[in-house]
Ligand binder design. Structure first.
Ligand SMILES: NC(=O)c1ccc[n+]([C@@H]2O[C@H](COP(=O)([O-])OP(=O)(O)OC[C@H]3O[C@@H](n4cnc5c(N)ncnc54)[C@H](OP(=O)(O)O)[C@@H]3O)[C@@H](O)[C@H]2O)c1
Length: 346
């Protein structure tokens, strides 16, 4: 109740920011970001586009991966139009394809530039059931698995940049409060059943699972970074609820009415990009890792999201399913004792 009132009033939390803070306000204390190179996924629209705009305005060099190069070029033109002199590199990436993630990383590493910031923002809410080319339910494949592999393949580069420059690297995973809607079931077992159509596809549950995976990924990643002794942190955020192209599958009168009725609860896009930007560059977040943020303040994830066991189980599973040797025709099945990869007939 108190949390809802604070949200509606936009009351500042311990960080000095609250639900009404914009990305520009949240980054003012970071100063000039001319020394920072950032990869931002999903920067062609919505929250990612605003995150890119604000970081470019503060001087950061941006790499924008996108599945549509035309959309990415348009985003680049908008950024350079508003911030003349901005350095923005566009590269192809379809996060739902592990092969595309590998090609992107190869191209990025080929540029020979540093990497200080990785913002895993891209996401989708899919009304219709689909399976990725790697044999995984599409929402999970796009929102989580692609980002898992992307991050894993870029970790060494980020650690190296931080070592050479003395500047802390940061990874920000964009999750959602909806991650807490997934509970009471083993995540991988559910993924297995839904992928093999053993249970009906529920778009909201699939989305919630993918966002829970973002939270668990953050926790396990922070642990891994500590073990590596890397000067790189990993945190995740709930941006707040805002109307973007995320629910494009549901555009129509009912959605318009719901958004109209809920308008007082919604954020604007500049407000929705604030928490990502705050966690990415604000000096107060230095050294903080493995945490969940909302409205530019540390918050609590769901009980499942806070589970170390669940985080390490998901890490093991993700490592196995993204391993290069896994065939296109493999799917992962959950077993009582863990996970198994099985070949399937196509
Ligand atoms: N909007 C909200 O209320 C809300 C609430 C909580 C969390 N979030 C999270 O915030 C993040 C940003 O969402 P948004 O609301 O800004 O939505 P959006 O406007 O639809 O932006 C999503 C971005 O992700 C990209 N994307 C989708 N599938 C991709 C793929 N396979 N490969 C590469 N890029 C892909 C989209 O590119 P295309 O142009 O190619 O489609 C677009 O740039 C998401 O992770 C979402 O889950 C949003």
């Amino acid at each position: 109740m108190l949390t809802s009132l604070r949200y509606l009033a936009g009351t500042a939390g311990p960080s000095g920011f609250g639900s009404r803070t914009t990305a520009e306000e949240a980054t003012a204390a970071a100063g000039d970001l001319g020394h920072v190179t950032a990869i931002i996924t999903g920067a062609t629209s919505g929250i990612g586009a605003e995150t890119a705009r604000v970081l470019a305005k503060r001087g950061a060099r941006l790499v924008l991966p996108a599945r549509s190069l035309k959309a990415a070029e348009e985003a680049r033109a908008r950024l350079v139009g508003e911030c003349p002199g901005a350095v923005v590199v566009v590269l192809p990436l379809d996060l739902s394809s592990l092969a595309s993630v590998r090609r992107f990383v190869q191209r990025f590493l080929g540029l020979g530039i540093p990497l200080n910031l990785l913002i895993n923002n891209a996401g989708k809410y899919a009304d219709r059931f689909a399976v990725s080319e790697d044999g995984v339910e599409m929402t999970f494949a796009t929102n989580y698995l692609g980002h898992f592999l992307l991050t894993r393949l870029l970790l060494e580069k980020m650690a190296e940049t931080a070592r050479e420059t003395g500047v802390e690297g940061r990874i920000v995973n964009v999750s959602s409060t909806i991650h807490s809607w997934f509970s009471g079931e083993d995540a991988v077992a559910y993924l297995d059943r839904v992928t093999r159509r053993k249970i009906p596809y529920d778009p909201t549950r699939a989305y919630a699972l993918s966002k829970l995976a973002n939270v668990l990924h953050t926790r396990a990643l922070a642990e891994r970074l500590r073990e590596m002794n890397a000067n790189v942190t990993a945190n995740c955020v709930h941006p707040g609820i805002v109307r973007t192209r995320l629910i494009r599958d549901r555009d129509g009168l009912i959605t318009n009415t719901v958004f109209f009725l809920a308008s007082k609860l919604l954020k604007t896009i500049p407000q929705a990009a604030a928490t990502t930007c705050y966690v990415a560059v604000h000096p107060a977040v230095a050294g903080v890792s493995g945490k969940y943020f909302a409205d530019c303040n540390e918050a609590s994830p769901s009980r499942l999201g806070a589970s170390g066991d669940e985080a390490s189980r998901l890490w093991t599973f993700s490592d196995a399913i993204t391993a290069e040797k896994v065939q296109k025709t493999s799917v992962v099945r959950a077993t009582a004792g863990g996970f198994q990869l099985h070949q399937v007939q196509c």
